[in-house]
Design a protein around this ligand. Structure first.
Ligand SMILES: Cc1ncc(COP(=O)(O)O)c(C=O)c1O
Length: 424
């Protein structure tokens, strides 16, 4: 900590010329100071969020509203990786006076963030890898069925197709098109779809299509009563909304932390509940002793840079706080949903209900394909969105991340208005 204090003092003296470098923190202590100077930590304090935005070196050449695909890194997380790489590869030993976390702290900090034990947490490359580890490793009989939904991302679905091809397990998709805007009715849809042969429920926390937030806790409780295994694809959740894996009560939970938690690209989460460790037989084996989630990491010789960056990313997130990040995203998404709903020809798929939505907004424009919407958004209006494809939806998805502003959302809404107006 003393080292960090020294670092902040020196950095301010050295970099005093440029406003941007003054406002980009190297340490959490500096960040705390910058945020404290920006006024109350509240979802509608724009000064506060401008200070948050200033932590991202992203040059803004295009409005980046696609955190749902991949995040952009805060300076602190980027710098941590650069420093560790230099230390390793050049042995220059110069950390700029910053005391970075040790690589093993990544697991501890991530586990604390989601209320898991560090032994239940593996740092994989992304959700797709974590889903593959589960789908290929689960001890199932060939006739055991996997029940999933019509809203899965390829990364949470192709692994089950592979399982089917390798071991014959049948897969069925629960029709979740236009699900009711009522948590209990959604649970009932899952419940009614279960058959005697169903053994696994695999579904998203926040869907990549319509950006629905599913009632994970209720679905898992219902599944547990029936002795089913639950696999939750939380690619879009950790860092966007509060995730307490014990409270949610699933067996397995995966996430692409590189999206909303701003961890280095190529890092993600596999959570294996302690009680579910013996439900997976196959996988890497990189250490002896009692099986934990860590056996699914290839933690032999590897770079420390992403792990150090990961630990810094969790600290960065915590300096702002999950509740505040979630509130900000929900408020901005609500604003955008309201604005888009008023545009003739636009259909917003994401519910207004906060319990059933989060920080992304999906919409269609009547008669237009995903590229009809996404191409002009990107090329004419410089807005980076994500097209809707899975489940046969057409349209675009906008992410409301902590670095996004209402000016950007106004630009999105104005662009959609013009695109909808000009359709033939
Ligand atoms: C719900 C869902 N699952 C899985 C994935 C795949 O993520 P990754 O490419 O990080 O593995 C995504 C990506 O957008 C997603 O939205």
């Amino acid at each position: 900590m003393a080292k960090q204090r020294q670092a902040s003092g020196r950095k301010k003296a050295d970099d005093g010329r440029s406003r941007r470098s003054v406002s980009m923190a190297d340490t959490i202590e500096e960040l705390d100071g910058i945020l404290a100077n920006a006024g109350p930590a509240e979802a509608d304090n724009e000064d506060y969020w401008r200070a948050v935005r200033a932590q991202f070196p992203y040059n803004g050449s295009i409005h980046y509203t696609n955190n749902g695909t991949i995040g952009i890194l805060p300076h602190m997380v980027l710098q941590a990786q650069i420093t560790v790489l230099k230390e390793t590869e050049i042995q220059d030993g110069d950390t700029g006076g910053v005391d970075y976390p040790a690589p093993h702290e990544a697991h501890e900090k991530l586990a604390a963030l989601i209320n898991a034990d560090p032994s239940e947490v593996a740092i994989t490359r992304n959700s797709t890898e974590s889903m593959n580890i589960i789908a290929l490793g689960l001890d199932l009989n060939p006739e055991d069925e996997i029940l999933t939904t019509t809203h899965e991302h390829y990364g949470g679905w192709s692994c089950w197709q592979h399982r089917h091809a390798q071991f014959g397990n049948p897969i069925r998709k629960l029709d979740l098109y236009d699900p009711p805007e009522d948590e209990d009715e959604i649970v009932r849809l899952f419940e009614e779809a279960i058959r005697p042969e169903t053994r696994v429920l695999s579904f998203c926390h926040v869907t990549c299509t319509t950006a629905w937030r599913l009632p994970v806790k209720k679905i898992c409780a219902m599944a547990r009563e029936r002795g089913l295994i639950t696999v939750v694809d939380g690619a879009q959740s950790v860092g966007m909304i509060g995730v307490d894996v014990k409270d949610l009560g699933g067996d397995f939970y995966v996430s692409s932390t590189h999206k909303w938690l701003f961890t280095p690209k190529g890092t993600g989460l596999l959570y294996v509940d302690d009680a579910a460790q013996d439900k997976i037989g196959l996988g890497y084996y990189t250490g002896g002793g009692r099986p934990t989630a860590r056996r699914f990491e290839n933690n032999a010789s590897q770079s420390h840079a992403p792990l150090v960056g990961f630990a810094v990313a969790v600290d960065f997130h915590n300096a702002i706080g999950t509740c505040l990040v979630e509130d900000r995203g929900a408020a901005m998404a609500k604003w955008l949903k309201t604005r888009l709903s008023d545009i003739p020809g636009v259909r917003v798929w994401t519910p207004m209900n906060r319990a059933l939505s989060a920080s992304m907004v999906s919409f269609s424009i009547a008669g237009m394909t995903s590229s009809d919407v996404g191409t002009p958004l990107r090329e004419r209006y410089r807005v980076h969105s994500r097209g809707l494809y899975e489940g046969g939806y057409h349209g675009a998805r906008i992410s409301c991340a902590m670095h996004n502003s209402y000016e950007e959302m106004e630009r999105v809404a104005g662009a959609v208005e013009e695109i909808a107006d000009n359709r033939c």
